[in-house]
Design a protein around this ligand. Structure first.
Ligand code: ASP
Length: 587
Protein backbone atom coordinates (compact mmCIF):
# COMPACT_ATOMS: atom_id res chain seq x y z
CA UNK A 1 0.00 0.00 0.00
CA UNK A 2 1.14 3.52 -0.76
CA UNK A 3 2.21 5.18 2.48
CA UNK A 4 3.00 8.80 3.16
CA UNK A 5 6.59 9.61 3.97
CA UNK A 6 6.00 9.60 7.69
CA UNK A 7 2.90 7.47 8.26
CA UNK A 8 3.60 3.82 8.96
CA UNK A 9 0.01 2.59 9.35
CA UNK A 10 -3.51 3.80 8.69
CA UNK A 11 -5.92 4.30 11.57
CA UNK A 12 -7.84 1.12 10.80
CA UNK A 13 -4.90 -1.21 10.67
CA UNK A 14 -3.46 -1.88 14.12
CA UNK A 15 -4.12 -5.24 15.82
CA UNK A 16 -2.57 -7.15 18.74
CA UNK A 17 0.10 -8.51 16.40
CA UNK A 18 1.48 -4.95 16.18
CA UNK A 19 2.04 -4.70 19.95
CA UNK A 20 5.51 -3.41 20.71
CA UNK A 21 5.97 -1.79 17.28
CA UNK A 22 6.76 1.87 16.89
CA UNK A 23 4.27 3.52 14.59
CA UNK A 24 3.47 6.90 13.12
CA UNK A 25 -0.21 7.68 12.56
CA UNK A 26 -1.80 10.71 10.95
CA UNK A 27 -5.47 11.55 11.09
CA UNK A 28 -8.33 13.60 12.49
CA UNK A 29 -9.17 13.75 16.18
CA UNK A 30 -12.68 12.35 16.24
CA UNK A 31 -12.60 12.52 20.00
CA UNK A 32 -10.24 14.22 22.45
CA UNK A 33 -10.65 13.63 26.17
CA UNK A 34 -8.33 15.21 28.72
CA UNK A 35 -8.77 13.24 31.96
CA UNK A 36 -6.29 15.36 33.90
CA UNK A 37 -2.86 14.22 32.92
CA UNK A 38 -4.13 11.44 30.69
CA UNK A 39 -5.29 12.46 27.21
CA UNK A 40 -7.17 10.05 24.96
CA UNK A 41 -7.34 10.87 21.27
CA UNK A 42 -9.50 8.85 18.93
CA UNK A 43 -7.76 9.18 15.60
CA UNK A 44 -9.68 8.73 12.36
CA UNK A 45 -8.88 8.37 8.69
CA UNK A 46 -10.78 6.71 5.84
CA UNK A 47 -9.56 3.32 6.98
CA UNK A 48 -10.84 3.42 10.53
CA UNK A 49 -10.45 4.63 14.09
CA UNK A 50 -7.76 3.95 16.64
CA UNK A 51 -7.12 5.18 20.14
CA UNK A 52 -3.95 7.03 21.04
CA UNK A 53 -3.09 7.94 24.59
CA UNK A 54 -0.66 10.38 26.17
CA UNK A 55 -0.20 9.42 29.83
CA UNK A 56 2.53 8.87 32.40
CA UNK A 57 4.30 6.61 29.88
CA UNK A 58 4.63 9.60 27.49
CA UNK A 59 6.97 12.57 27.75
CA UNK A 60 5.47 15.72 29.29
CA UNK A 61 5.74 17.51 25.94
CA UNK A 62 3.51 14.90 24.23
CA UNK A 63 0.93 15.20 27.01
CA UNK A 64 0.97 18.96 26.72
CA UNK A 65 0.42 19.03 22.98
CA UNK A 66 -2.23 16.30 23.22
CA UNK A 67 -4.11 18.38 25.80
CA UNK A 68 -4.38 21.17 23.21
CA UNK A 69 -5.97 18.94 20.53
CA UNK A 70 -9.60 19.73 19.77
CA UNK A 71 -12.17 17.88 17.72
CA UNK A 72 -11.18 17.45 14.06
CA UNK A 73 -7.67 18.80 14.46
CA UNK A 74 -5.31 16.92 12.18
CA UNK A 75 -2.59 15.31 14.27
CA UNK A 76 0.38 13.06 13.97
CA UNK A 77 1.14 10.58 16.71
CA UNK A 78 4.38 8.73 17.02
CA UNK A 79 4.42 6.01 19.63
CA UNK A 80 4.30 2.35 20.54
CA UNK A 81 1.40 -0.07 20.10
CA UNK A 82 0.22 -1.55 23.42
CA UNK A 83 -2.67 -3.78 24.47
CA UNK A 84 -5.56 -1.81 25.94
CA UNK A 85 -6.54 -2.41 29.54
CA UNK A 86 -10.17 -1.87 28.60
CA UNK A 87 -10.67 -3.18 25.06
CA UNK A 88 -13.37 -1.59 22.89
CA UNK A 89 -15.16 -4.35 21.05
CA UNK A 90 -16.93 -1.86 18.77
CA UNK A 91 -13.69 -0.98 17.00
CA UNK A 92 -11.68 -3.38 14.82
CA UNK A 93 -8.59 -1.79 16.40
CA UNK A 94 -10.21 -1.90 19.84
CA UNK A 95 -7.77 -4.35 21.45
CA UNK A 96 -4.83 -1.97 21.12
CA UNK A 97 -3.84 1.66 21.56
CA UNK A 98 -0.85 3.77 20.65
CA UNK A 99 1.04 5.23 23.57
CA UNK A 100 2.33 8.55 22.26
CA UNK A 101 5.93 9.72 22.40
CA UNK A 102 5.31 12.68 20.18
CA UNK A 103 2.09 14.47 19.33
CA UNK A 104 2.20 17.04 16.55
CA UNK A 105 -0.71 19.22 15.52
CA UNK A 106 -0.68 19.37 11.72
CA UNK A 107 -3.80 21.47 11.26
CA UNK A 108 -6.48 23.20 13.33
CA UNK A 109 -10.17 23.99 12.92
CA UNK A 110 -12.66 26.22 14.71
CA UNK A 111 -15.54 24.33 16.36
CA UNK A 112 -17.46 22.49 13.66
CA UNK A 113 -20.97 23.47 12.48
CA UNK A 114 -22.08 19.88 13.12
CA UNK A 115 -20.64 16.76 14.60
CA UNK A 116 -18.99 14.22 12.33
CA UNK A 117 -19.64 11.33 14.60
CA UNK A 118 -22.72 9.21 14.97
CA UNK A 119 -26.17 10.18 13.77
CA UNK A 120 -26.23 13.50 12.00
CA UNK A 121 -28.80 16.00 13.21
CA UNK A 122 -27.73 18.84 10.95
CA UNK A 123 -30.07 19.69 8.11
CA UNK A 124 -29.03 18.69 4.62
CA UNK A 125 -28.28 22.22 3.41
CA UNK A 126 -25.74 22.71 6.19
CA UNK A 127 -24.20 19.35 5.42
CA UNK A 128 -23.94 20.26 1.73
CA UNK A 129 -22.43 23.65 2.52
CA UNK A 130 -19.69 21.92 4.51
CA UNK A 131 -19.61 18.90 2.25
CA UNK A 132 -15.96 18.19 3.12
CA UNK A 133 -17.01 17.70 6.74
CA UNK A 134 -20.02 15.62 5.79
CA UNK A 135 -17.79 13.49 3.57
CA UNK A 136 -15.60 12.66 6.56
CA UNK A 137 -18.38 10.48 7.94
CA UNK A 138 -17.73 6.80 7.61
CA UNK A 139 -21.07 5.93 6.02
CA UNK A 140 -20.78 8.60 3.33
CA UNK A 141 -17.22 7.48 2.60
CA UNK A 142 -18.49 3.91 2.46
CA UNK A 143 -20.93 4.97 -0.26
CA UNK A 144 -18.21 6.61 -2.32
CA UNK A 145 -16.02 3.54 -2.00
CA UNK A 146 -18.95 1.36 -3.07
CA UNK A 147 -19.56 3.62 -6.05
CA UNK A 148 -15.91 3.36 -7.02
CA UNK A 149 -16.03 -0.43 -6.76
CA UNK A 150 -19.21 -0.46 -8.84
CA UNK A 151 -17.48 1.57 -11.55
CA UNK A 152 -14.54 -0.84 -11.49
CA UNK A 153 -16.90 -3.80 -11.92
CA UNK A 154 -18.62 -2.06 -14.83
CA UNK A 155 -15.31 -1.41 -16.57
CA UNK A 156 -14.09 -4.96 -16.01
CA UNK A 157 -17.42 -6.38 -17.18
CA UNK A 158 -17.45 -4.46 -20.45
CA UNK A 159 -13.75 -4.95 -21.07
CA UNK A 160 -14.18 -8.69 -20.62
CA UNK A 161 -17.01 -8.59 -23.16
CA UNK A 162 -14.85 -6.84 -25.76
CA UNK A 163 -16.34 -3.36 -25.36
CA UNK A 164 -14.28 -0.21 -25.84
CA UNK A 165 -14.77 2.84 -23.63
CA UNK A 166 -14.85 5.89 -25.88
CA UNK A 167 -15.24 9.45 -24.64
CA UNK A 168 -17.76 11.68 -26.40
CA UNK A 169 -17.91 15.49 -26.38
CA UNK A 170 -19.40 17.56 -23.59
CA UNK A 171 -19.64 20.73 -25.68
CA UNK A 172 -21.96 19.56 -28.38
CA UNK A 173 -25.26 20.00 -30.16
CA UNK A 174 -28.57 19.40 -28.43
CA UNK A 175 -29.44 15.71 -28.07
CA UNK A 176 -33.14 15.19 -27.46
CA UNK A 177 -33.90 13.07 -24.40
CA UNK A 178 -37.02 14.97 -23.52
CA UNK A 179 -35.53 17.51 -21.12
CA UNK A 180 -34.39 21.12 -21.38
CA UNK A 181 -30.76 21.62 -22.42
CA UNK A 182 -28.00 23.31 -20.50
CA UNK A 183 -26.53 25.76 -22.98
CA UNK A 184 -23.02 27.19 -23.22
CA UNK A 185 -22.46 30.34 -25.29
CA UNK A 186 -19.69 30.34 -27.85
CA UNK A 187 -17.19 33.19 -27.55
CA UNK A 188 -15.77 32.58 -31.01
CA UNK A 189 -19.12 32.36 -32.79
CA UNK A 190 -21.32 35.21 -31.58
CA UNK A 191 -24.89 34.18 -30.93
CA UNK A 192 -24.15 30.46 -31.22
CA UNK A 193 -24.42 27.94 -28.45
CA UNK A 194 -23.24 24.53 -27.45
CA UNK A 195 -25.57 22.24 -25.55
CA UNK A 196 -24.32 19.93 -22.82
CA UNK A 197 -25.33 16.38 -23.76
CA UNK A 198 -28.54 15.00 -22.27
CA UNK A 199 -26.85 11.72 -23.22
CA UNK A 200 -24.22 10.69 -25.79
CA UNK A 201 -27.03 9.11 -27.84
CA UNK A 202 -26.13 10.39 -31.30
CA UNK A 203 -22.39 10.02 -30.80
CA UNK A 204 -22.67 6.41 -29.74
CA UNK A 205 -24.79 5.65 -32.79
CA UNK A 206 -22.19 7.36 -34.96
CA UNK A 207 -19.52 5.20 -33.30
CA UNK A 208 -21.48 2.20 -34.60
CA UNK A 209 -21.46 3.69 -38.11
CA UNK A 210 -17.72 4.12 -37.54
CA UNK A 211 -17.36 0.40 -36.96
CA UNK A 212 -16.51 0.45 -33.23
CA UNK A 213 -18.89 -2.50 -32.82
CA UNK A 214 -19.21 -2.41 -29.02
CA UNK A 215 -19.04 0.86 -27.09
CA UNK A 216 -19.53 1.78 -23.48
CA UNK A 217 -18.80 4.83 -21.41
CA UNK A 218 -19.31 5.91 -17.81
CA UNK A 219 -20.38 9.40 -18.66
CA UNK A 220 -21.86 12.59 -17.24
CA UNK A 221 -25.16 13.72 -18.75
CA UNK A 222 -26.98 16.98 -18.18
CA UNK A 223 -30.72 17.61 -18.09
CA UNK A 224 -32.32 20.82 -16.95
CA UNK A 225 -35.53 19.46 -15.48
CA UNK A 226 -37.45 19.59 -12.25
CA UNK A 227 -35.58 17.56 -9.71
CA UNK A 228 -36.72 14.84 -7.34
CA UNK A 229 -35.04 12.77 -4.66
CA UNK A 230 -33.73 10.36 -7.31
CA UNK A 231 -32.69 12.95 -9.93
CA UNK A 232 -29.79 15.35 -10.37
CA UNK A 233 -29.22 17.96 -13.11
CA UNK A 234 -25.89 16.31 -13.88
CA UNK A 235 -25.85 12.59 -13.48
CA UNK A 236 -23.83 9.62 -14.59
CA UNK A 237 -24.85 6.99 -17.10
CA UNK A 238 -23.33 3.66 -18.00
CA UNK A 239 -23.89 4.17 -21.70
CA UNK A 240 -23.79 1.21 -24.08
CA UNK A 241 -24.20 0.60 -27.81
CA UNK A 242 -23.80 -2.61 -29.82
CA UNK A 243 -23.76 -3.23 -33.57
CA UNK A 244 -25.80 -6.04 -35.13
CA UNK A 245 -27.67 -6.45 -31.83
CA UNK A 246 -31.22 -7.55 -31.27
CA UNK A 247 -33.33 -6.49 -28.33
CA UNK A 248 -32.66 -9.90 -26.73
CA UNK A 249 -28.89 -9.39 -26.97
CA UNK A 250 -29.03 -6.04 -25.17
CA UNK A 251 -31.44 -7.32 -22.52
CA UNK A 252 -29.23 -10.32 -21.84
CA UNK A 253 -26.22 -8.07 -21.54
CA UNK A 254 -28.09 -5.74 -19.17
CA UNK A 255 -29.28 -8.66 -17.06
CA UNK A 256 -25.72 -9.98 -16.79
CA UNK A 257 -24.41 -6.56 -15.84
CA UNK A 258 -26.84 -6.12 -12.94
CA UNK A 259 -26.38 -9.74 -11.86
CA UNK A 260 -22.62 -9.16 -11.72
CA UNK A 261 -22.87 -5.85 -9.87
CA UNK A 262 -25.36 -7.08 -7.27
CA UNK A 263 -23.43 -10.30 -6.68
CA UNK A 264 -19.95 -8.82 -6.49
CA UNK A 265 -20.87 -5.75 -4.46
CA UNK A 266 -23.52 -6.92 -2.03
CA UNK A 267 -23.64 -10.69 -2.49
CA UNK A 268 -27.19 -10.72 -3.86
CA UNK A 269 -28.33 -13.20 -6.52
CA UNK A 270 -30.54 -11.29 -8.90
CA UNK A 271 -31.56 -14.41 -10.82
CA UNK A 272 -33.50 -14.24 -14.06
CA UNK A 273 -35.29 -10.98 -14.68
CA UNK A 274 -38.91 -11.31 -15.79
CA UNK A 275 -40.14 -9.36 -18.81
CA UNK A 276 -43.42 -7.50 -18.79
CA UNK A 277 -45.05 -5.47 -21.54
CA UNK A 278 -45.69 -1.79 -21.06
CA UNK A 279 -49.40 -2.54 -21.46
CA UNK A 280 -49.31 -5.05 -18.62
CA UNK A 281 -47.31 -2.66 -16.40
CA UNK A 282 -49.87 0.10 -16.88
CA UNK A 283 -52.81 -2.27 -16.38
CA UNK A 284 -51.45 -3.88 -13.21
CA UNK A 285 -49.49 -1.03 -11.66
CA UNK A 286 -50.58 2.18 -13.41
CA UNK A 287 -46.98 3.21 -14.11
CA UNK A 288 -44.19 1.94 -16.35
CA UNK A 289 -41.61 1.53 -13.57
CA UNK A 290 -43.54 -0.77 -11.23
CA UNK A 291 -42.35 -1.86 -7.83
CA UNK A 292 -43.08 -5.59 -7.96
CA UNK A 293 -41.85 -6.42 -4.46
CA UNK A 294 -45.45 -6.42 -3.22
CA UNK A 295 -48.92 -7.18 -4.57
CA UNK A 296 -51.84 -4.75 -4.41
CA UNK A 297 -52.14 -5.01 -8.19
CA UNK A 298 -54.63 -2.74 -9.88
CA UNK A 299 -57.83 -4.29 -11.19
CA UNK A 300 -59.64 -2.45 -13.97
CA UNK A 301 -63.34 -2.41 -13.14
CA UNK A 302 -64.59 -0.02 -15.80
CA UNK A 303 -66.91 -2.58 -17.40
CA UNK A 304 -68.14 -3.85 -14.08
CA UNK A 305 -69.27 -0.35 -13.07
CA UNK A 306 -70.34 0.85 -16.52
CA UNK A 307 -74.02 0.81 -15.65
CA UNK A 308 -73.81 1.76 -11.99
CA UNK A 309 -76.27 4.22 -10.53
CA UNK A 310 -73.57 5.68 -8.31
CA UNK A 311 -73.60 8.90 -10.29
CA UNK A 312 -70.06 10.12 -9.64
CA UNK A 313 -68.52 6.91 -10.95
CA UNK A 314 -71.00 6.57 -13.78
CA UNK A 315 -70.40 10.15 -14.89
CA UNK A 316 -66.64 9.64 -15.06
CA UNK A 317 -66.96 6.37 -16.97
CA UNK A 318 -69.55 7.80 -19.36
CA UNK A 319 -67.13 10.64 -20.10
CA UNK A 320 -64.67 8.06 -21.44
CA UNK A 321 -62.83 7.43 -18.20
CA UNK A 322 -61.66 4.23 -16.59
CA UNK A 323 -62.16 2.82 -13.10
CA UNK A 324 -59.38 1.01 -11.24
CA UNK A 325 -59.28 -0.47 -7.79
CA UNK A 326 -56.80 -2.12 -5.48
CA UNK A 327 -57.10 -3.75 -2.11
CA UNK A 328 -55.38 -3.01 1.18
CA UNK A 329 -55.53 -6.30 3.07
CA UNK A 330 -56.97 -5.79 6.55
CA UNK A 331 -57.12 -2.04 5.84
CA UNK A 332 -60.80 -1.90 6.82
CA UNK A 333 -59.76 -1.65 10.45
CA UNK A 334 -56.25 -0.25 10.48
CA UNK A 335 -56.53 2.69 8.10
CA UNK A 336 -57.67 5.97 9.63
CA UNK A 337 -59.87 8.64 8.16
CA UNK A 338 -56.89 10.98 8.28
CA UNK A 339 -54.84 8.61 6.13
CA UNK A 340 -57.69 8.29 3.63
CA UNK A 341 -57.95 12.08 3.43
CA UNK A 342 -54.19 12.33 2.85
CA UNK A 343 -54.38 9.68 0.10
CA UNK A 344 -57.21 11.62 -1.54
CA UNK A 345 -55.04 14.74 -1.59
CA UNK A 346 -52.19 12.61 -2.93
CA UNK A 347 -54.09 11.38 -6.02
CA UNK A 348 -55.30 14.90 -6.77
CA UNK A 349 -51.70 15.77 -7.59
CA UNK A 350 -52.07 13.52 -10.60
CA UNK A 351 -55.22 15.24 -11.74
CA UNK A 352 -57.69 12.76 -10.24
CA UNK A 353 -60.84 14.33 -8.85
CA UNK A 354 -60.67 12.21 -5.72
CA UNK A 355 -60.37 8.75 -4.27
CA UNK A 356 -63.24 6.47 -3.34
CA UNK A 357 -62.94 3.81 -0.71
CA UNK A 358 -65.01 1.08 0.80
CA UNK A 359 -64.45 -1.10 3.84
CA UNK A 360 -65.63 -4.58 3.02
CA UNK A 361 -68.22 -5.94 5.44
CA UNK A 362 -71.89 -6.62 5.80
CA UNK A 363 -72.70 -3.94 5.04
CA UNK A 364 -69.80 -2.14 3.38
CA UNK A 365 -68.97 1.29 4.75
CA UNK A 366 -67.42 4.34 3.13
CA UNK A 367 -68.35 6.12 -0.12
CA UNK A 368 -68.28 2.91 -2.18
CA UNK A 369 -71.23 1.59 -0.16
CA UNK A 370 -73.32 3.73 -2.52
CA UNK A 371 -72.78 1.03 -5.16
CA UNK A 372 -75.50 -1.59 -5.53
CA UNK A 373 -74.95 -4.81 -3.55
CA UNK A 374 -74.44 -6.78 -6.75
CA UNK A 375 -71.75 -4.32 -7.85
CA UNK A 376 -70.06 -4.54 -4.47
CA UNK A 377 -70.07 -8.34 -4.66
CA UNK A 378 -68.64 -8.20 -8.17
CA UNK A 379 -66.02 -5.64 -7.06
CA UNK A 380 -65.00 -7.88 -4.16
CA UNK A 381 -64.81 -10.90 -6.47
CA UNK A 382 -62.78 -9.03 -9.10
CA UNK A 383 -60.27 -7.61 -6.61
CA UNK A 384 -60.16 -10.55 -4.20
CA UNK A 385 -61.27 -8.34 -1.31
CA UNK A 386 -62.77 -10.03 1.75
CA UNK A 387 -64.38 -8.82 4.96
CA UNK A 388 -62.01 -6.51 6.83
CA UNK A 389 -60.22 -5.31 3.70
CA UNK A 390 -60.16 -1.82 2.28
CA UNK A 391 -60.87 -1.24 -1.42
CA UNK A 392 -59.52 1.96 -2.98
CA UNK A 393 -61.08 3.03 -6.25
CA UNK A 394 -60.22 5.77 -8.70
CA UNK A 395 -62.23 6.77 -11.75
CA UNK A 396 -61.60 9.31 -14.48
CA UNK A 397 -59.40 9.84 -17.51
CA UNK A 398 -56.81 7.05 -17.92
CA UNK A 399 -53.98 9.59 -18.05
CA UNK A 400 -54.84 10.68 -14.50
CA UNK A 401 -56.11 7.46 -12.95
CA UNK A 402 -53.14 5.32 -14.00
CA UNK A 403 -50.37 7.48 -12.53
CA UNK A 404 -52.50 8.57 -9.58
CA UNK A 405 -53.47 5.03 -8.54
CA UNK A 406 -49.99 3.78 -9.50
CA UNK A 407 -48.14 6.23 -7.26
CA UNK A 408 -50.79 5.72 -4.56
CA UNK A 409 -50.14 1.98 -4.58
CA UNK A 410 -46.45 2.66 -3.82
CA UNK A 411 -47.21 5.31 -1.22
CA UNK A 412 -49.76 3.16 0.63
CA UNK A 413 -47.49 0.11 0.66
CA UNK A 414 -44.65 2.19 2.00
CA UNK A 415 -46.76 3.95 4.62
CA UNK A 416 -48.21 0.68 5.89
CA UNK A 417 -44.84 -1.10 5.88
CA UNK A 418 -45.96 -3.65 3.27
CA UNK A 419 -42.79 -3.60 1.16
CA UNK A 420 -40.50 -6.53 1.91
CA UNK A 421 -36.75 -5.90 1.90
CA UNK A 422 -34.64 -7.08 -1.03
CA UNK A 423 -34.53 -6.37 -4.73
CA UNK A 424 -36.97 -7.19 -7.52
CA UNK A 425 -36.12 -6.44 -11.11
CA UNK A 426 -38.32 -6.31 -14.19
CA UNK A 427 -37.75 -5.57 -17.84
CA UNK A 428 -40.53 -3.54 -19.40
CA UNK A 429 -40.84 -3.82 -23.20
CA UNK A 430 -43.15 -2.78 -26.04
CA UNK A 431 -43.58 0.84 -25.13
CA UNK A 432 -45.63 2.95 -27.47
CA UNK A 433 -43.38 4.73 -29.95
CA UNK A 434 -45.18 8.03 -29.61
CA UNK A 435 -47.45 9.85 -27.22
CA UNK A 436 -49.30 13.11 -27.59
CA UNK A 437 -47.86 16.12 -25.82
CA UNK A 438 -50.79 17.16 -23.58
CA UNK A 439 -49.92 20.84 -24.07
CA UNK A 440 -49.29 21.10 -27.79
CA UNK A 441 -51.24 18.04 -28.94
CA UNK A 442 -48.21 17.05 -31.05
CA UNK A 443 -46.80 13.55 -31.21
CA UNK A 444 -43.59 13.06 -29.26
CA UNK A 445 -41.22 10.10 -29.13
CA UNK A 446 -41.67 8.21 -25.86
CA UNK A 447 -38.01 7.14 -25.70
CA UNK A 448 -36.22 9.32 -28.24
CA UNK A 449 -36.73 9.77 -31.98
CA UNK A 450 -33.90 7.35 -32.90
CA UNK A 451 -35.80 4.39 -31.48
CA UNK A 452 -36.88 1.82 -34.04
CA UNK A 453 -40.51 0.74 -34.10
CA UNK A 454 -41.24 -2.95 -33.69
CA UNK A 455 -40.46 -4.33 -37.19
CA UNK A 456 -44.06 -5.39 -37.76
CA UNK A 457 -45.25 -1.80 -37.10
CA UNK A 458 -42.92 -0.09 -39.54
CA UNK A 459 -45.61 0.55 -42.13
CA UNK A 460 -47.85 2.27 -39.54
CA UNK A 461 -45.84 5.44 -40.11
CA UNK A 462 -46.89 5.79 -43.72
CA UNK A 463 -50.46 4.94 -42.69
CA UNK A 464 -50.52 7.72 -40.08
CA UNK A 465 -51.14 5.22 -37.29
CA UNK A 466 -48.27 6.40 -35.08
CA UNK A 467 -50.49 6.23 -31.98
CA UNK A 468 -50.65 2.44 -32.32
CA UNK A 469 -46.98 1.89 -33.04
CA UNK A 470 -44.93 -0.01 -30.50
CA UNK A 471 -41.25 0.74 -30.04
CA UNK A 472 -38.42 -1.78 -30.05
CA UNK A 473 -37.46 -0.40 -26.65
CA UNK A 474 -36.88 -1.73 -23.16
CA UNK A 475 -36.48 -0.37 -19.64
CA UNK A 476 -35.05 -2.16 -16.67
CA UNK A 477 -36.70 -1.43 -13.34
CA UNK A 478 -35.52 -2.25 -9.82
CA UNK A 479 -37.77 -1.73 -6.80
CA UNK A 480 -39.84 0.83 -8.69
CA UNK A 481 -36.86 2.80 -9.99
CA UNK A 482 -36.11 2.89 -13.69
CA UNK A 483 -32.43 2.02 -13.62
CA UNK A 484 -31.87 1.74 -17.36
CA UNK A 485 -33.49 2.06 -20.71
CA UNK A 486 -32.67 1.74 -24.36
CA UNK A 487 -33.77 0.56 -27.74
CA UNK A 488 -32.90 -0.89 -31.08
CA UNK A 489 -32.25 2.12 -33.28
CA UNK A 490 -33.39 3.14 -36.69
CA UNK A 491 -30.49 2.55 -39.06
CA UNK A 492 -32.35 3.35 -42.27
CA UNK A 493 -32.11 7.10 -43.06
CA UNK A 494 -35.48 7.05 -44.84
CA UNK A 495 -37.29 5.67 -41.80
CA UNK A 496 -35.41 8.08 -39.57
CA UNK A 497 -36.59 10.96 -41.73
CA UNK A 498 -40.18 9.63 -41.57
CA UNK A 499 -39.99 9.48 -37.77
CA UNK A 500 -38.76 13.06 -37.62
CA UNK A 501 -41.74 13.91 -39.81
CA UNK A 502 -44.10 12.00 -37.49
CA UNK A 503 -43.04 14.17 -34.53
CA UNK A 504 -43.66 17.28 -36.55
CA UNK A 505 -40.09 18.17 -37.59
CA UNK A 506 -39.94 19.60 -41.07
CA UNK A 507 -37.21 18.32 -43.39
CA UNK A 508 -35.28 21.55 -42.87
CA UNK A 509 -35.55 21.33 -39.07
CA UNK A 510 -34.50 17.68 -39.11
CA UNK A 511 -31.57 18.54 -41.35
CA UNK A 512 -30.56 21.50 -39.21
CA UNK A 513 -30.79 19.58 -35.91
CA UNK A 514 -29.77 16.07 -36.85
CA UNK A 515 -28.38 16.38 -40.35
CA UNK A 516 -25.08 14.89 -39.20
CA UNK A 517 -26.85 11.76 -37.96
CA UNK A 518 -28.92 11.41 -41.13
CA UNK A 519 -25.73 11.82 -43.17
CA UNK A 520 -23.96 9.20 -41.09
CA UNK A 521 -26.88 6.80 -41.54
CA UNK A 522 -26.52 7.25 -45.32
CA UNK A 523 -22.90 6.08 -45.18
CA UNK A 524 -23.25 2.42 -44.31
CA UNK A 525 -24.89 2.16 -40.91
CA UNK A 526 -25.02 -1.28 -39.32
CA UNK A 527 -28.20 -2.28 -37.47
CA UNK A 528 -27.52 -1.35 -33.85
CA UNK A 529 -29.06 -0.86 -30.46
CA UNK A 530 -28.09 0.02 -26.94
CA UNK A 531 -29.02 1.01 -23.46
CA UNK A 532 -28.03 3.45 -20.76
CA UNK A 533 -28.08 2.69 -17.05
CA UNK A 534 -28.47 5.35 -14.38
CA UNK A 535 -25.26 4.85 -12.46
CA UNK A 536 -26.24 7.11 -9.55
CA UNK A 537 -29.54 5.30 -9.07
CA UNK A 538 -27.81 1.93 -9.19
CA UNK A 539 -25.27 3.11 -6.62
CA UNK A 540 -28.14 4.42 -4.49
CA UNK A 541 -29.91 1.05 -4.55
CA UNK A 542 -26.70 -0.86 -3.83
CA UNK A 543 -25.91 1.48 -0.94
CA UNK A 544 -29.39 0.94 0.49
CA UNK A 545 -30.34 4.63 0.53
CA UNK A 546 -33.26 6.49 -1.01
CA UNK A 547 -31.43 9.76 -1.54
CA UNK A 548 -29.30 10.01 -4.66
CA UNK A 549 -27.18 12.73 -3.00
CA UNK A 550 -25.85 10.10 -0.59
CA UNK A 551 -23.87 8.47 -3.41
CA UNK A 552 -22.60 11.62 -5.16
CA UNK A 553 -19.57 13.38 -3.73
CA UNK A 554 -20.68 16.88 -4.65
CA UNK A 555 -24.39 16.78 -5.41
CA UNK A 556 -26.77 19.60 -6.18
CA UNK A 557 -29.85 20.43 -4.13
CA UNK A 558 -33.34 19.92 -5.51
CA UNK A 559 -33.17 23.53 -6.69
CA UNK A 560 -30.07 22.65 -8.74
CA UNK A 561 -27.62 24.54 -6.54
CA UNK A 562 -24.20 23.57 -5.30
CA UNK A 563 -24.39 25.18 -1.88
CA UNK A 564 -20.73 24.57 -1.14
CA UNK A 565 -19.28 26.39 -4.15
CA UNK A 566 -22.22 28.70 -4.56
CA UNK A 567 -23.00 27.65 -8.14
CA UNK A 568 -24.84 28.93 -10.05
CA UNK A 569 -23.66 32.48 -9.44
CA UNK A 570 -23.60 35.81 -11.27
CA UNK A 571 -20.62 36.44 -13.56
CA UNK A 572 -18.71 39.54 -14.47
CA UNK A 573 -20.58 41.62 -17.10
CA UNK A 574 -17.30 41.73 -19.03
CA UNK A 575 -17.36 37.93 -19.30
CA UNK A 576 -20.95 38.10 -20.54
CA UNK A 577 -19.88 40.69 -23.10
CA UNK A 578 -17.14 38.42 -24.41
CA UNK A 579 -19.71 35.69 -24.81
CA UNK A 580 -22.09 38.04 -26.61
CA UNK A 581 -24.73 37.44 -23.96
CA UNK A 582 -26.89 40.30 -22.70
CA UNK A 583 -27.78 40.28 -19.03
CA UNK A 584 -31.54 40.41 -19.16
CA UNK A 585 -32.14 39.88 -15.43
CA UNK A 586 -33.57 43.06 -13.91
CA UNK A 587 -31.64 44.16 -10.85
N1 ASP B 1 -29.86 7.72 -24.58
C1 ASP B 1 -30.89 7.03 -23.86
C2 ASP B 1 -31.13 7.70 -22.51
O1 ASP B 1 -30.30 8.46 -22.04
C3 ASP B 1 -30.53 5.59 -23.59
C4 ASP B 1 -30.46 4.78 -24.81
O2 ASP B 1 -31.44 4.77 -25.60
O3 ASP B 1 -29.45 4.10 -24.97
O4 ASP B 1 -32.15 7.45 -21.89
Amino acid sequence: MLSSVRRTHTCGELRPEHVGQRVVLQGWAQNARDMGGVVFLLLRDRHGLVQAVADERSPASAREVAAGVHLEYVVEIEGTVQLRHAPNDKLPTGLVEVVADTVTILSRTPPLPFSIEGHIHANEDLRLQYRYLDLRRADVQKNLVLRHKAAMIVRRFFDANDFVEVETPVLTKATPEGARDYLVPSRVHPGQWYALPQSPQIFKQILMVAGMDRYFQIVKCFRDEDLRADRQPEFTQIDVEVSFATREVIMELGTKLVQTMWKELIGVDVGDIPVMSYGEAIARYGIDAPDVRFGMDHVTVTDLLATTEFSVVRGLIDAGGIAKAFVVKGGGEGVSRKQLDAWTQFVKRYGMGGLMYGKVGAPWSGPLSKLAQGELDALAAATGAVVGDLVLLGAGPAENVNPGMGRLRNAVARELGLIPPGFKFTWVVDFPSFEKDPETGRWMAVHHPFTSPRPEHLNYLAEGRQGEMLANAYDIVCNGYEIGGGSIRIHDPEIQAQVFGAIGLSDEEAQQKFGFLLDALRHGAPPHGGIAFGFDRIAMLLAGTENIRDVIAFPKTTSAQDIMSGAPSPVDPKQLGELHVANTVKE
